[in-house]
Design a protein around this ligand. Structure first.
Ligand code: 2RA
Length: 340
């Protein structure tokens, strides 16, 4: 016996990946409902070898459904998550709405699966921000061995993190560079993204950081350890899918680069590709469609007493969103609901 599963936001980048990954990982689905806004009503989506028509989330009755994977943004989540939760359907939410709520567990299964038992306070579980998810998968095993004091991270985030319109904008602007007649002014972003980088993701905060950078700090503290100091600079780059991160880590205790590499090699969800030669590292193009968080360029930072630098790449639609949400669903099923 399996689960009655809802995917809300099934026509978006993340919603479609949720369906792909539920099928790829053969999640025990007895029945599946795919929901969308009225604007996308009736759109067909695929789940394995099946084609399903989206239903109107406004009219949907969540009672009797085991779990709902939400990829509908914070505003819609604010309206529908409490309705689903009150109907007894556990919500696994990809928006940022509940991530910082003390009554809602924020889960990356490789890091803090046990925290899932706190879901029953609101019947909601939060999925982290994409740039946080891939980073904490690397930080947690190293923190367990040598206690992290401080993290300095620079991200190189793909446009799919902003959705389909941003991917179209990159594509059209890139084409226009070779065909100047069709000037494509910025719409999703504040500046041209083709052949450019933009040091601004989400809104600016009072201290000069952006909300994306604040999220990485707050979420790392909630998932790994509240005492870790994190400072982030989040940058949008002209890549379609795949977030990259340059991560500098300072530990309480010394950690040799070879031991760090061995720890990461054995850590769940991580693939180490790290050779000090041409092509001995991962780039975003190579991570697309993969479940793994790839780690390269592991090396001592000799400018501080106990420092390590590394390069981290992962498919932001997968580990950064849909895969992590499905892994939460797997953990919920295995550890809590125990059907199937
Ligand atoms: C981004 N992390 O990359 C944000 C939301 N997905 O745009």
């Amino acid at each position: 016996m399996g689960y009655r599963v809802v995917v809300a936001g099934a026509t978006g980048n993340v919603g479609r990946e949720m369906l792909n990954i539920l099928a790829e990982r053969q999640f025990p689905v007895d029945e599946l409902a795919v929901l969308a806004s009225r604007r996308s009503l009736g759109t067909e989506v695929t789940f394995g070898d099946k084609t399903l028509k989206t239903q109107d989330i406004e009219q949907f009755d969540f009672s009797g459904w085991d779990m709902a994977l939400f990829a509908i943004g914070s505003d819609a989540t604010k309206k529908y998550a409490p309705i689903a939760a009150a109907a007894g359907c556990v919500v696994i939410d990809n928006s940022s709405l509940y991530r910082y709520d003390p009554d809602v567990p924020l889960i990356v299964p490789e890091c803090n699966a046990d925290a899932i038992h706190g879901y029953s306070k609101k019947n909601i579980i939060a999925n982290p921000n994409c740039s946080t998810a891939q980073m904490v998968v690397a930080l947690k095993p190293l923190h367990d061995r040598a206690k992290i004091k401080r993290v300095v991270v620079s991200t190189y985030q793909s446009v799919s993190g902003s959705g389909k319109d941003a991917m179209d904008e990159l594509w059209e602007q890139t084409k226009a560079v070779y065909n100047p007649v069709n000037d494509v002014p910025p719409k999703v972003y504040t500046k041209e993204i083709a052949f450019n980088v933009i040091p601004h993701i989400d809104v600016f905060m009072d201290d000069g950081s952006t909300k994306e950078e604040w999220k990485m700090v707050a979420e790392t503290k909630k998932i790994v350890d509240k005492d870790i100091k994190v400072t982030a600079t989040c940058v949008r780059v002209p890549v379609f899918v795949g977030h990259s991160e340059s991560i500098n880590i300072e530990f309480e205790d010394f950690l040799d680069e070879d031991e760090a590499r061995d720890i990461l090699r054995q850590a769940p969800g991580i693939m180490v590709i790290d050779k000090r030669e041409d092509g001995g590292y991962v780039t975003p193009k190579e991570c697309v469609g993969d479940f793994a968080t790839f780690i390269s360029r592991i090396r001592q930072d000799s400018t501080v007493e106990n420092g390590i630098n590394l390069w981290c790449v992962s498919d932001n639609l997968r580990k950064g969103a849909a895969l992590n949400a499905v892994q939460i669903a797997e953990t919920l099923g295995r550890e809590v609901l125990k059907k199937g």
